[in-house]
Design a protein around this ligand. Structure first.
Ligand code: ZN
Length: 203
């Protein structure tokens, strides 16, 4: 199982981190060990002093494929949830400055949260999929799939030009504006439409 992530897929988020608007999807991969298992606590990483949340819509791949055309891409995923691509922002900023890969800032063990799955029906995809994140009860991030620079189908098609997609792979589709810091004791809840998908406490 692979975890694909898209960086800078929302204009306002690219701007808030002073990144350029990308001309093609920015893709990185996390290992399976980055996924926080249910009933496992989420720990503040000991190597960071600036832990950021990034809520994202996450797709689950339902069919193996390579070189997928955008107009066929919707046959390759069948479920959606919200997740957090936790980021050690201080570590990432250091790595970015040096032009180095940023896995240490994003893909450490148990760094990545996903919620429960919703079947992706054609009805659900007819309108933009809404999602949000609350921090200690207050909404801090809000977005919808229509605001993405690269749509679900374009992301899937692009990834598949380089990597084979396999059943069970996950695709994090990027975070909207509003990323911010969290500290030990914070409680984060992710929503798709108005449905709560996950709750995680920073330990
Ligand atoms: Zn992200």
């Amino acid at each position: 199982m692979k975890i694909f992530c898209v960086g800078r897929n929302y204009i306002e988020h690219a701007k808030e981190l002073k990144n350029e608007i990308p001309e093609e999807p920015v893709i990185f991969i996390k290992p399976k060990s980055a996924l926080l298992q249910s009933n496992t606590p989420f720990y503040y990483p000991e190597f960071s002093n600036e832990l950021n949340y990034e809520v994202e819509l996450v797709l689950r791949i339902s069919k193996n494929g390579k070189y997928i055309q955008p107009h066929h891409a919707n046959k390759y995923y069948n479920a959606i949830t919200a997740g957090i691509d936790f980021t050690a922002r201080d570590v990432q900023n250091e790595l970015k400055k040096k032009g180095l890969p940023w896995e240490k800032a994003k893909a450490w063990d148990n760094s990545t949260v996903i919620g429960s799955w919703i079947d992706l029906t054609p009805e659900l995809l007819k309108k933009p999929v809404q999602f949000s994140l609350s921090l200690n009860g207050e909404t801090v991030q809000k977005g919808n799939s229509k605001e993405m620079i690269f749509s679900f189908d374009k992301i899937i098609a692009h990834i598949s030009q380089y990597f084979s997609l396999n059943i069970g792979d996950l695709v994090f589709t990027g975070t909207p504006a509003g990323v911010g810091e969290c500290v030990v004791g914070d409680v984060l809840k992710g929503f798709v439409e108005d449905k709560e998908m996950f709750e995680v406490e920073v330990k």
